[in-house]
Design a protein around this ligand. Sequence first.
Ligand SMILES: Cc1cc2nc3c(=O)[nH]c(=O)nc-3n(C[C@H](O)[C@H](O)[C@H](O)COP(=O)(O)O)c2cc1C
Ligand code: SF4
Length: 471
Amino acid sequence: MSKANAINYKKGKEPHAREYRLVFKNVDRKGWDPGIDCYLQDGGYRELKKALLMDPVDITEDVKKSGLRGRGGAGFPTGVKWGFIPPNNTKPVYLICNADESEPGTFKDRYIIHQDPHQLLEGMIISCFATGANLAYIYIREEFPEGARILEKAIEECHQKGFLGKNILKSKFDLEIFVHRGAGAYICGEETGLIESLEGKRPYPRIKPPYFPAALGLYMCPTIVNNVESLCNVKHIIAMGGDAFAKLGTARNTGTRVLCVSGDVVNPGYFEVEVGHITMGELIHDLCGGLKPGRKLKAVIPGGSSAKVLRAGEKFKIKKGDQEIEIGIEDIPMDFDTLMACGSMAGSGGVIVIDDSRKASWILNNINEFYAHESCGQCTPCREGSLWMKKITDRITRGEASPDDVETLESVAFNIDGKTICAFGEACAWPTESFVAKFREEFLADTSEKYDDAILNPETELAAAHLSSET
Ligand SMILES: Cc1cc2nc3c(=O)[nH]c(=O)nc-3n(C[C@H](O)[C@H](O)[C@H](O)COP(=O)(O)O)c2cc1C
Ligand code: SF4
């Protein structure tokens, strides 16, 4: 455990005074390298030695007590997930580290992998010991070739030091970890799509229930899928104990979180903070140095591109103790529960800040283009709808849409949301639902009634020109 100011960091990379560096403790650290010797000199693998002397059940209990919630997107409690492995299981158990990091706006896991791979491996080995997994995979996207190489080297170093392989540190515990490189698809980050891909198939997500990985995962065996940052936290839970970890952050929103801020701020970047200890306004103005000169805040997408957008000037009702209070966007504490109460989510920690120089339709079109490209195509509403949403926002940005298009756009999104096999359906529908609801006037202002007949009467000259320009 380390406060930001207790360690020397590279010039210009020093953490902000309000940060609490736990998982990112070694990121940008002066004199630090990703090799095992450096890690060992800093007390690395001490927690593994401690954990191997513990009862695996007690480790899971500690993770439950810590209150750790998954950092991959859904915020599901990690210890509870581990507890879903069927009690009388006789099949092999697998653990998969989700290093796909595919959510737009998210860029934290790659820094851990590049600069502190042994922290991840230590967290993974402890997690495998706790869950009874003797085989684990790190699923990493194709676009991270350097990350894959660093991890493979780190795994080799672990073998040489006896932290992997047979009878690890004479504990009678055996474990192998393999790096598996994906082919670079967003849907491979969805845990069941990932598992299909790992099995060598197209990454078509499986329907839940029944295919919850903890019961029916890789090769239909119990499989724990956890995000890179979640698994790193396990090491720190062992170091400080579940109860002490739970004191970081706030109740039900414990520990720290790496927030990745991009968009219209002076200093975008990553910031590790205690969950719920800073507000959106403090994040933007203190940690990120504020908005660009002369600009006003327009909106924030708080948890990766699939999180619903929050508009500046909106009022949100949240619970404080027994009371309900009304707050504005800048007063929102950055935690799972408050962001959900405000109608969005903390998601993957990717905070996208939008100022008044941006058009809502341009942003939404950009997001829709991504989702239309990434739908796996298994479900009709998602496959067709994601493309239709993109076509309509494309039309709006070109100034060739009719006012009715805005309603159609919204209805396409509602016809995807909740009607698909995996949560990609919501991920692609929520941006449209929220952008249209919150910036309806702006969308309508970008349309013209002269295009009213374009779809119904495609034989007219205007309609023909308009439709032929669509992709
Ligand atoms: C479309 C989609 C993409 C996802 N991409 C990622 C990803 O890149 N990395 C990740 O950790 N989780 C991703 N998730 C969430 C995973 O399905 C899964 O919940 C997560 O890896 C579990 O880890 P956690 O409990 O530690 O958060 C994605 C989910 C969806 C629906
Ligand atoms: S919701 Fe979309 S991404 Fe998910 S399974 Fe269906 S088509 Fe594929």
